[in-house]
Design a protein around this ligand. Structure first.
Ligand SMILES: [Zn+2]
Length: 230
């Protein structure tokens, strides 16, 4: 074999070798991908994965670089990653705040982000039938419902919207700081605590299969902060 041909063959063999190595690497990577997802789920409960997804989406929203995922109509089966119990305030739209799209989050919105039986059955439906393993109870600053509750407390004639916020007002009365801000945070914590104690949810929470977290949204910055649970 003359020398140029030998060099050519060697080069070809090396190229084939490199291609084979690259191919094997791709196969290994593809094989590892499901394991990586499994490892992610195994590293923390699904609720932790869902919460991180929401916080990542919120970081995109705050940074004005939203991905607008799933922004198309869909009639596919729904598997929302989380339930959001949010205030009805027009400045607090969960899909935008968390940069989520069609089918991603199951939302119940009530002024003051509290719940009654009707709202609870909606929340519970998403957990029991759609597989959601995280509930976020999200209050926000300048909440008109909380401000009204602080102003009117204790009014025995108050309707359920304000009466449901009164426990948070009662718990924060006399505390240093802004009474509305204090009540907003306390309201989210108390509602999350009350949800966790619901007989239909408590066993799931106890087994670590469902996480319920209080949070608050900042109107000016767009940032969502997870609050320490009570
Ligand atoms: Zn509000």
């Amino acid at each position: 074999m003359n020398r140029p041909w030998a060099i050519y063959r060697l080069a070809t063999q090396r190229s084939v070798c490199r291609a084979l190595i690259a191919g094997v690497a791709i196969v290994i990577a593809l094989a590892a991908a499901p394991r990586k997802l499994y490892a992610l789920a195994a590293a923390g409960p699904l609720s932790a994965v869902a919460l991180q997804e929401l916080l990542d989406g919120n970081a995109r929203f705050v940074g004005n670089r939203p991905l607008h995922p799933n922004a198309r109509p869909s009639n596919a089966k729904q598997h929302p990653i989380a339930v959001i119990l949010s205030c009805a305030d027009s400045r607090v739209p969960p899909e935008m705040i968390f940069d989520q799209g069609v089918g991603n989050i199951f939302i119940v919105r009530v002024a003051g982000n509290t719940y009654d039986r009707l709202a609870f059955e909606s929340l519970h439906f998403a957990v029991a039938n759609l597989g959601a393993r995280l509930i976020v109870v999200m209050g926000h600053d300048q909440c008109g419902a909380v401000a009204a509750a602080v102003k009117t407390y204790p009014d025995p004639k108050a309707g359920p919207m304000l009466a449901n916020i009164y426990p948070a007002v009662a718990a924060t009365r006399g505390q240093p700081g802004d009474p509305i801000d204090n009540a907003v945070a306390e309201n989210a914590r108390l509602v999350a605590q009350r949800l966790a104690a619901e007989p239909a949810l408590a066993p799931l929470v106890a087994r670590g299969e469902l996480r319920i977290v209080p949070a608050r949204y900042n109107l000016a910055t767009g940032a969502v902060t997870v609050l320490p649970a009570k």
